[in-house]
Ligand binder design. Sequence first.
Ligand SMILES: C[S@@+](CC[C@H](N)C(=O)[O-])C[C@H]1O[C@@H](n2cnc3c(N)ncnc32)[C@H](O)[C@@H]1O
Length: 213
Amino acid sequence: MNFWERHFEERAKKLGELPEACDHKDRIAFLATRNALKSLLEEIRGKRILDVGCGNGIITEFLTASNEVLGLDFSFSMLKMAEKKNFIPILGGASHLPFKSNTFDCVLGIGLLQYIENEAEVVREMARVTKPRGTIILSLLHKNSLIRELIEWTGKETLELKKFSLPQTRGLLKTHGIGKISFKLLSYPLPCSFSRFPLPLVTTFLVKGEKIA
Ligand SMILES: C[S@@+](CC[C@H](N)C(=O)[O-])C[C@H]1O[C@@H](n2cnc3c(N)ncnc32)[C@H](O)[C@@H]1O
């Protein structure tokens, strides 16, 4: 088991169904991310969805009622909780997705890339298994955030996590054949998201793109 596998196994066992098990700072941060995700997905039904790094399933559970949702995670204990929420559980790593190309209408990676050593490899895999004109949504920690620096400075964030800028993310997606890119910006502890916001105040963002046919 590597460091992060152990980290999430332990959090799953200790914190169970809580948002904090999946490293959401608190309930406000969790709800803000989930609302932003809902607004990006709008009315989605009857689709085949892959949630890479699904965790305990709390953030994407709302999709399982009217879609087929596969949840992939390397933590067995996280997957057990997701399975109870009607995810189809797949135990595995994000760098080698065990699916044929062009399989899913929508592929999600919420709070995933900050733990990944080679993010290009994961984005390539996510793009590969997405159907042409299908949707990819990621949520990422923002690199140039004064608020995040302040949180780290006060010692509230002790883990070494990867952060991304908006142009870097746009480039990463474009390189892997993802276009029509749009962003939702979040500023903790505000409970909502914005299409435009002063970038130094943005702590997290969601990015949505479409696989170019
Ligand atoms: C921060 S949690 C986010 C969970 C969920 N997406 C959410 O937002 O509530 C990250 C999840 O990704 C999983 N994970 C991290 N790196 C992974 C990898 N390389 N392969 C598969 N799962 C991974 C962890 O086990 C954990 O459950």
